[in-house]
Design a protein around this ligand. Sequence first.
Ligand SMILES: [Zn+2]
Length: 289
Amino acid sequence: MDLLPLWYQYSIIFVFGLLIGSFLNVVLYRYHTGRSLSGSSHCLSCGTSLRWFELVPLFSYVALRGRCRTCGCTVPVRYFLLELATALLFWVVYMQFGMSLLGLLTVALGIALLMITVYDLYHMVIPNELVIAVSVCAVLYVALTQYEYFSWMDLLGNVLAAVGAFSVFGGLWLVSKGRWIGFGDAKLVLPLGFILGPVGAFSFVILSFWVGAAISIVLLCAPRVYHTVTLVWSATTNLLRTCPQQSIVKYNRYLTMKSEVPFAPFMVIAFALVYLWDIQVLELMMAIL
Ligand SMILES: [Zn+2]
């Protein structure tokens, strides 16, 4: 692979990521509905089996403008976004780690975190199976990065980082009786803190709140903008005519101060910032001040 031109390598990795992302969509849907993984893909609305050209990642969604070819109902945008996100994950990891054991482990970790993000966004729950998958990746990661120059002190640092990060989120869960964040979020912090170690875990916790605050403010302040954009979008794509029950803009979907907010996506973004790009909060603050 190293002998191929760089743009070619990245293209292969990107396309491979798209295929995996497409598969993850199927896995997530069938996991939630309890259906088996075998059998052909079909429209969730009319049940028509999808032809091969309706299953090309990204392109089918764009070409069919996010609608079923037979019944015209909208296909959830998460199908498109998860494919894109998985491809970007493969791409970034390949850039950072190349074809290595660490790269492979990072991809596995990233896939689990992407699935957690989607699941939490849609169902406000983090499946235990996925937290276990992240935990297995965490143990393998620490084993892989520390076995050469192993010291008990380093390992203790990672354990304390996990416990420290967990106590912050576990504490919030306890104090708020689960209203601010779920216990699933707190559980997820254990393996993530374990991977990052004390310095990284500190930045990760702070960044989670920063990312959460930034995104929440945007969502709180922008419902009117969102409302207008959705209306314009619906009108231009003619969704109102073909699929009335789905495109009626629901005001109650907007975020209010009382809304329950899925927190895992913020954590995943914060984790990626620290893990992939080594963003440190203290350095960031010193740069700003
Ligand atoms: Zn259909």
